[in-house]
Design a protein around this ligand. Structure first.
Ligand code: FAD
Length: 507
């Protein structure tokens, strides 16, 4: 369950990939209502699907943005109006803001993995795999399925919502020794890893080993890093009561960021409150500091300190999915440049949104770009679906506009800070707002019920700090969980489509 999709053959050239085959029916078709009347091939239609010609809408990525778009398309379009297809490596929409709570054991992994197939009304065809390149000229998306098969999917309209991946820097040892907090697998892995450090420290008589196992470093003072440090510190604080051979004073959490403030979006007062809460709980916060190098048993900070640790969690920002670079179009700080209507300029029927796109934030004003948040991605999903439909019907498109609702930061237990609509809240009230916001944003009632039940159960029964052993002895560092090395270059995409795009099966 743990690896999003297999990458074993990822670095091999296309032709050498094991099992690489192109399944297609070979029939060409022309698309009514489409500006160019494009002709193309497509995958075999599924059993029961009509073969009547209709526009094909391809959505890439089943995150906040992609699923928001697909559900809206299903609601607003009659089945005979268009074929909607979703490409996604996983069978769920991950509710990322609650990942730190999965790492802390407050929630089970399943509770934040929202099913894509919950209802019969969800009629979108799902291709289990990841897009590894898009040829905008031929209107073909190249997909590597979860069995490493490479297939081409022609489209008339494409909605690009592949999100982002963890941003890394050229720091010696970083990718070899750091863990991420961006996928469900990482959250589950980090939980096991932290508990195993307690188990191993408890069993060790070597003071140096104990010290390195009981210090933990989180890099990144945004909401992801701050919540991760806060939730995991609560985990070790509670768990250590069950380890009579460990002196609780030896456990130390470090939260560091190169910026001068934690979560600057919170403003000065609330940001200071968050820091005070964390410092009171014993988390050592270092600002204006990053890491110089990382090793298996220690991390060197840029201020010269060497911290003995076997746990480095890296949450220092995100960059757009590498899929964006396969398009060879304009980007803004790595995110695909789009108009306020989320259209890629000069490209017929191409839309992009969410963390992968630089959507102008017209509510903020000239030059602003929407930050990479779930709040924006969800709303952009609905808005882009409306614009796809408007394009099909030759109606005017609407620009995306959303005024930020604020920020909620769950620091675990009764601790939280929130700023809904500019109102600064702390403590239980902030916690109620944070959890209420996340709960209401979960997409299905069953997911809501699971999360609520988990919160109640955790409040009443606590955690048993069980190490499950999933993924034990497997590589699990930054690059092992995120799908970053399978993408084609723009030239490879063009060459691939040119050689296989219209001729059916390759040799
Ligand atoms: C720990 C953490 C805490 C956060 N907390 C908050 C918060 O409190 N509030 C907030 O607003 N935001 C928060 N965020 C940010 C928020 O989760 C993202 O901004 C949001 O998920 C972006 O939505 P998206 O749809 O663009 O991308 P995602 O939700 O990441 O979805 C992208 C989807 O595309 C899939 N995909 C990737 N590559 C491909 C490919 N090549 N082909 C097909 N599919 C692909 C992925 O598997 C994924 O399903 C948090 C993020 C993290 C990591």
């Amino acid at each position: 369950m743990l690896v999003p999709w297999r990458t074993s053959a990822c670095r091999a050239p296309l032709a050498e990939r094991p099992g690489a085959r192109w399944d297609r029916c070979g029939a060409k078709r022309s698309v009514p209502g489409h500006a160019d009347g494009v002709e193309s091939d497509r995958l075999e239609p599924q059993k029961g699907m009509s073969t009547v010609t209709r526009p094909r809408i391809l959505v890439v990525g089943a995150g906040f943005a992609g699923v928001g778009c697909v559900r809206r398309l299903e609601r607003k379009l009659a089945p005979e109006e268009a074929d909607v297809t979703l490409v996604t490596p996983s069978a769920y929409q991950l509710y990322l803001p609650l990942l730190p709570q999965v790492a802390a054991g407050v929630l089970t992994p399943q509770s934040i993995a929202v099913s894509l197939r919950r209802s019969k009304r969800y009629r979108t065809r799902i291709i289990p795999g990841g897009a590894i390149g898009v040829d905008l000229r031929s209107k073909v998306c190249v997909i590597q399925t979860i069995t490493d098969k490479v297939v081409d999917e022609p489209y008339d309209y494409i909605v690009l919502a592949p999100g982002s991946v963890t941003r890394t820097f050229d720091i010696p040892g970083l990718t070899e020794h750091a863990y991420g907090m961006k996928t469900l697998a990482e959250a589950a892995y980090v939980r096991d890893h932290v508990i195993s450090q307690l188990d191993l420290a408890d069993a060790s008589d070597d003071p140096a080993e104990k010290a390195s196992r009981l210090q933990f470093v989180v890099v990144g003072g945004g909401y992801a890093g701050t919540e991760t440090a806060a939730c995991l510190q609560r985990l070790t604080h509670a768990a250590v009561q069950r380890y009579p051979r460990i002196d609780p004073a030896l456990i130390k959490w470090h939260l560091i960021d190169i910026a001068p403030k934690l979560m600057p979006e919170l403003g000065d007062k609330l940001g200071r409150s968050a820091q005070e809460i964390l410092r009171r709980r014993g988390i050592d916060i270092s600002l204006g500091v990053s890491i110089d190098k990382a090793g298996p048993e220690e991390v060197t900070f840029t201020d010269g300190r060497v911290v003995p640790t076997r746990t480095l969690i890296w949450t220092a920002g995100v960059v757009a999915s590498p899929l964006i670079a396969t398009l060879d179009t304009e980007t803004v700080r790595g995110r695909l440049a789009v108009t306020p209507e989320m259209v890629v300029p000069g490209q017929d029927g191409v839309f992009a949104l969410g963390d992968a796109a630089a959507v102008p934030d017209i509510a903020k004003g000239e030059g602003a770009i929407c930050p990479p948040t779930a709040q924006h991605a969800t709303r952009q999903g609905k808005s882009v679906a409306d614009n796809v439909i408007a394009t099909m019907r030759r109606e005017p498109l609407r620009p995306y506009r959303h005024k930020d609702l604020g920020l909620v930061v769950d620091l675990g237990g009764k601790d939280a800070v929130s700023k809904p609509l500019g109102v600064e809240l702390r403590g239980l009230l902030a916690q109620a707002v944070a959890r209420g916001y996340h709960w209401s944003a979960l997409r299905t009632n069953v997911a809501k019920t699971r999360v609520l039940t988990n919160w109640l159960l955790n409040a009443v029964a606590g955690d048993d700090f069980v190490r499950t052993g999933f993924q034990a002895r497997k590589p699990a560092k930054l690059r092992d969980f995120e799908f970053t090395n399978a993408y084609l270059t723009p030239e490879q995409v063009r060459a691939h489509v040119a050689s296989h795009g219209t001729d059916g099966l390759p040799d």
